[in-house]
Design a binder for this molecule. Structure first.
Ligand SMILES: NC(=O)c1ccc[n+]([C@@H]2O[C@H](COP(=O)([O-])OP(=O)(O)OC[C@H]3O[C@@H](n4cnc5c(N)ncnc54)[C@H](O)[C@@H]3O)[C@@H](O)[C@H]2O)c1
Length: 438
């Protein structure tokens, strides 16, 4: 099939590349010329494991091209995916201006029937707005499909090629048939393709993200309570997670959720509820708990070092909002690092992939280190904020030598308190007892 994917960000670039991988002819479109120029030269603007190799192969085999010319891409395509951003506005609602502008652009260029697919996360009812935006601009027939994306950054290729399920919201048999044809190659091992109306498909994405965010905030509250009552959240998490009705995923306490999706999607669904004269108290609480949790690690630092951190130096390992991505949008590390800087601390940061994006956030207010150990030199403490695998088994003896004081604030519970004790660290995890070092 010939398709175009508009928006070459984390979602569009992965989706376009994976559709090319299954044999389709794909044009990836973006309105940022520099991005398309870079992609044409083989430079991938984001870090996503496995993506670069897949792009290279599909470009070399002629199935994947990049363009800034939306009209041309639409003319060549039977299906047009919209995968542009839907950032939050000040009032929490999703900003649909890019989605609707692309929809109008698609309509202007159409020279026959097209299937127009929203892959961006959009509030319920957006399919109607897309139809209304396109209708006056074209006399050609079209179907609007709502096809939310569930990929996780850091494992996006795997998620796309082997989805848990595919959700398709549409109103015509032809649109369903086209979408099934596109997705069947990814569903050979039995993942269901769920067909439903557009509104339900749009809602499904928000329900899934909101539920996942709820699990995280819930577990963070349990962790905070564990600290007060002397329980260990790591035991509690396992004990609860083995219940098959609950499961182990997303029960890890930490420094709160971040990223480009959960924070804005939780706000957007609360906003949709308000527009429909409903409160959504659960999700309002999820958000408030998450905001507070992002401050927990610095609160622990303050409890140990006092409110003024002037003259103190802190190393921070992990800046991306989660491991295996370079994405720093809404990352808890921003709140953590700013919390340290506001109190006068010196901060040395390390992340395996996110340093370039971090420089845009922190400028020259922190020092940047390509090697994790280098950030530790002279540090009064280390804060672990993102649980990259390479942080899990460090050389503790070497760390002790480099640091001024052997103190670790572990925002992701990656270390074993017993090992910390053996190495003489003072250790402050989330939701479990602290260890006092020698
Ligand atoms: N990032 C994720 O893990 C994820 C997962 C599922 C769903 N989503 C949703 O998918 C959508 C895209 O997310 P993302 O993370 O890929 O965003 P992104 O910001 O990484 O990418 C968006 C891209 O769209 C381009 N763009 C914006 N306006 C354009 C226009 N008018 N014409 C052409 N290109 C335009 C931008 O230049 C950018 O390259 C959002 O709605 C998001 O909520 C994201």
């Amino acid at each position: 099939m010939k398709i175009c994917v508009v928006g070459t960000g984390y979602v569009g670039l992965v989706a376009g590349t994976c559709f090319a991988e299954s044999g389709n002819d794909v044009t990836c479109v973006d309105n940022v010329v520099a991005k398309i120029d870079a992609l044409r030269q083989g430079i991938v603007p984001i870090y996503e494991p496995g993506l670069e190799e897949l792009i290279r192969r599909n470009v070399a085999e002629g199935r994947l091209t990049f363009s800034t010319d939306l009209g041309d891409a639409v003319k060549k395509s039977e299906v047009c995916f919209i995968a542009v951003g839907t950032p939050e506005r000040d009032d929490g609602s999703a900003d649909l201006s890019a989605v609707l502008s692309v929809a109008r652009g698609v309509a202007q260029a159409m020279d026959g029937y097209r299937v127009v697919v929203t892959k961006s996360t959009v509030p319920v009812g957006t399919h109607r707005k897309i139809r209304e935006a396109m209708g006056p601009v074209t006399s050609q027939p079209f179907d609007v499909v709502s096809n939310p994306e569930f990929m996780k950054e850091g494992a996006a290729i795997e998620d796309f090629l082997k989805p848990d399920r595919v959700v398709i919201g549409a109103a015509s048999p032809e649109a369903f048939r086209t979408m099934r044809e596109l997705y069947e190659p990814f569903c050979r091992t039995g993942a269901p393709i769920l067909e439903m109306d557009n509104a339900s498909a749009e809602m499904t994405k928000y329900a899934a993200n909101a539920l996942l965010a709820t699990k995280i905030s819930f577990m963070n509250e349990i962790a905070n309570l564990c600290e007060r009552v002397g329980a260990d959240v790591e035991h509690v998490r396992r004990g609860a997670g083995y219940d098959r009705r609950i499961g182990h995923h997303f029960l890890f306490p930490g420094v709160g959720y971040g990223g480009s999706c959960f924070p804005k999607d939780v706000q957007a669904i609360v906003h949709t509820a308000k527009e429909n004269k409903l409160d959504f108290p659960v999700l309002s609480a999820v958000e408030a708990v998450n905001d507070a949790q992002k401050r927990r690690l610095v609160e622990k630092v303050v409890a140990e070092f006092g409110d003024s951190l002037r003259g103190k130096r802190f190393a921070v390992w992990g800046l991306a909002f989660k491991p295996r991505t370079d994405d720093m949008r809404e990352a808890p590390s921003i709140v953590v690092v700013n919390g340290l800087l506001e109190r006068g601390a010196e901060v040395a940061v390390h992340d395996p992939e996110a340093l370039t994006n971090a420089k845009r956030v922190f400028g020259d207010r922190v020092s940047y280190h390509r090697v994790n150990y280098e950030a530790l030199a002279g540090a009064d403490a280390l804060l672990v904020v993102t649980e990259w695998n390479e942080f899990r088994r460090p050389d503790f003896a070497r760390m002790r030598q480099l640091m001024k004081r052997p103190v670790i604030f572990d925002g992701r519970n990656v270390y074993d308190p017993e090992v910390m004790r053996e190495h003489g660290f003072s250790y402050f995890p989330i939701g479990r007892a602290a260890v006092r070092g020698r």
